[in-house]
Ligand binder design. Structure first.
Ligand code: PHE
Length: 452
C-alpha cells in the first residue's frame, strides 16, 4: 500500500510500518540492558514506579510533541524548528539533538558491539559450562581487551551506516517489521524460565514490591533520564521520524502504542532478569554488566539454552541496530538537508566522526580507564550527560514549544489530521505540555541539583 509522499519526502508506508520503525527506535539496549541495570542499582520497585509515572505523565506527551513538530516541519529537528518558528532561537534544541546523537551513538554502539561478542562466544560454545564468577571475569577481560570491543564497534557502526545508506523506507521498514515481534517472543520464553527457577520469588518482590524510602533525588533523576532514553525522546529522533509519517496516521495513537510496547519490553526484561539474579545468588546492583553476566547463566539452565542464547543475542543486536539507525538518521538528515551534502557523503562523514568518539569510548573501559571526571570514565560521562541532562532539557523545550509557542490551531490540526480523526484527549494534552511536563522536568532538575 503506497501512500502519497509528504511533499516529495520519503515516508513510511503504513500505520504498522510507522509503529514498527518508532518502536524499533525505542526498543533496544535501553530496555534490555539499561533498564534492568538501573532498576537494580536504584532500589527495584521504587524505581519502576517512578519510571512508570514519568512515562505516562511526561514521556507520552513529549513523544506526541515531537511527532507534531516533525510532521508539521517536514525536516530534521533543526530544520523543522526553523520552518515552524522562523527567526526564533528554538532551532538550538535541534542542534543540541544532533550533538546528543553523536554522544549517544558513541556509547550505545559500544554496548551493541558487546551483543555481537556474546553472540560469537555463544556460537563458539565459550559461554557454556561457566559459573557466574567465570562469566563475570569473562565480561571484564573482554572489556579491557580493547581490540575486540573496537572491532565489534566498527562492524556495528558499519551495519548502521549501510542501512542508513539504503534510505528510510527500504532500510528501516524492512528489518523492523518482523524482527521486533520475534524479540518479544524470546523475552517471554526467558521470563518463563527465570520465573520457574527456585528462589525466583525474591526477584519478583524486588521488582514489584516497592520500598518507598528508596526514592531519592538520584533515583528520580535516573528514572527521568531512563524514560527519555528508552522512549528515544528529547533529541529529535522522533521529530525526524515524525517528518516521515504520512498525513493520515493518528499521531496520538501511534505514540500511545509505542510507549506501551516499549514499557512492556522493559518490564519483561526485568521479569527475565531479577528472579534469575536472586535465584542464582547474584547482586542486582552489578552495573552495566548485569545482563551480559546474568543471562548466559540462565540460558545454561534452559533446555536448548545454547540455541536460545544465540537467537537472543542476535535479536538484541538487531533491536540495537534499529535504534542506532534512528540516532544516525538524525545526524544524516541534518547534514543532508542543512549542509546540503548528499545522503551518501553525510552518512560517511557522520560515521567517521562517531567512530573516533566511539573508539575513545571503548578505550575508556580499558586502557583509558584512569581518566575520570566526577568519578566517571568517558563512557559513563557520555551516558550520564545525554540521558540525564541533554534529553530531559531537550524534552523540556520541546513541550514548552508546543505548549507556548506553536499555534494551538496547528497542534489541533496535526492531532486530528485536519479534522479527520478524533483527538478527545487534546485539552489534557495541552494542559500537560503547558504546565505539568515542564514543571515536573524542572522540579526534578532543581531537586537533583540540591536547589530545592
Ligand atoms: N531508545 C533506544 C533504546 O532504548 C535508545 C535511543 C535513545 C534511541 C535516544 C534514539 C534516541 O535502546
Amino acid at each position: 500500500m503506497s501512500e502519497p509522499v509528504n511533499n516529495g519526502r520519503d515516508s513510511f508506508s503504513s500505520r504498522f510500518a510507522v509503529i514498527a520503525a518508532v518502536a524499533g527506535s525505542a526498543i533496544g539496549l535501553g530496555n534490555i540492558w539499561r533498564f534492568p541495570y538501573l532498576t537494580g542499582e536504584n532500589g527495584g520497585a521504587a524505581f519502576l514506579i517512578v519510571y512508570l509515572i514519568i512515562v505516562i505523565s511526561i514521556g507520552i506527551p513529549v513523544m506526541i510533541s515531537e511527532f507534531i513538530i516533525g510532521r508539521a516541519g517536514q525536516k530534521n529537528p533543526y530544520g523543522s524548528f526553523k520552518a515552524l518558528a522562523p527567526g526564533k532561537p528554538w532551532y538550538v534544541i535541534g542542534l543540541m539533538g544532533v550533538v546528543a546523537a553523536f554522544m549517544i551513538l558513541a556509547f550505545y554502539t559500544t554496548v551493541s558491539g558487546w551483543t555481537l561478542e556474546y553472540f560469537y562466544q555463544g556460537l563458539t560454545g565459550n559461554l557454556s559450562g561457566k559459573t557466574d564468577a567465570e562469566l563475570t571475569v569473562m565480561f571484564d577481560v573482554f572489556l579491557k581487551s580493547s581490540f575486540r570491543p573496537i572491532l565489534w564497534f566498527i562492524i556495528f557502526m558499519g551495519f548502521t551506516a549501510l542501512i542508513i545508506l539504503s534510505g528510510v523506507k527500504e532500510g528501516i521498514e524492512r528489518y523492523t517489521k518482523f524482527l521486533m515481534p520475534m524479540l518479544f517472543i524470546i523475552l517471554i520464553a526467558l521470563c518463563i524460565r527465570s520465573l520457574t527457577l527456585k528462589g525466583a520469588g525474591e526477584g519478583l518482590r524486588f521488582l514489584f514490591y516497592p520500598d518507598f524510602s528508596k526514592i531519592t533525588s538520584k533515583v528520580v533523576l535516573e528514572a527521568l533520564g531512563q524514560a527519555f532514553f528508552s522512549l528515544s525522546i528529547g533529541m529529535g529522533t522522533l521529530i525526524t521520524y515524525g517528518s516521515y509519517i504520512n498525513k493520515r496516521e493518528n499521531l496520538g495513537i501511534s505514540a500511545l502504542l509505542v510507549c506501551l510496547a516499549d514499557t512492556s519490553v522493559a518490564v519483561l526484561a526485568g521479569i527475565a532478569i531479577f528472579p534469575a539474579v536472586f535465584a542464582l545468588g547474584g547482586s542486582p546492583a552489578s552495573g552495566t554488566g548485569l545482563v551480559f553476566i546474568v543471562l548466559p547463566g540462565i540460558f545454561q539452565k534452559m533446555p536448548l539454552g545454547g540455541f536460545f542464547q544465540l537467537i537472543f543475542f542476535i535479536l538484541l543486536a538487531v533491536a540495537a541496530l534499529t535504534s542506532t539507525i534512528s540516532v544516525l538518521e538524525v545526524i544524516v538528515a541534518y547534514l543532508a538537508e542543512e549542509l546540503k551534502m548528499t545522503r551518501r557523503k553525510a552518512t560517511i562523514a557522520a560515521t567517521l566522526m562517531v567512530s573516533v568518539l566511539g573508539i575513545i569510548t571503548v578505550l575508556s573501559l580499558g586502557s583509558l580507564g584512569n581518566f575520570k571526571i566526577f568519578e566517571k570514565n568517558i563512557f559513563g560521562i557520555l551516558e550520564y550527560l545525554t540521558s540525564n541532562i541533554m534529553l530531559p532539557v531537550g524534552g523540556l523545550f520541546i513541550v514548552l514549544f508546543i505548549g507556548w509557542s506553536f499555534s494551538p490551531q496547528r497542534t489541533k490540526s496535526e492531532l486530528t489530521n485536519e479534522g479527520k480523526v478524533k483527538a478527545g484527549y487534546l485539552p489534557v494534552f495541552m494542559f500537560i505540555v503547558k504546565f505539568v511536563a515542564p514543571v515536573a522536568i524542572a522540579l526534578v532538575f532543581l531537586y537533583s541539583l540540591g536547589i530545592i
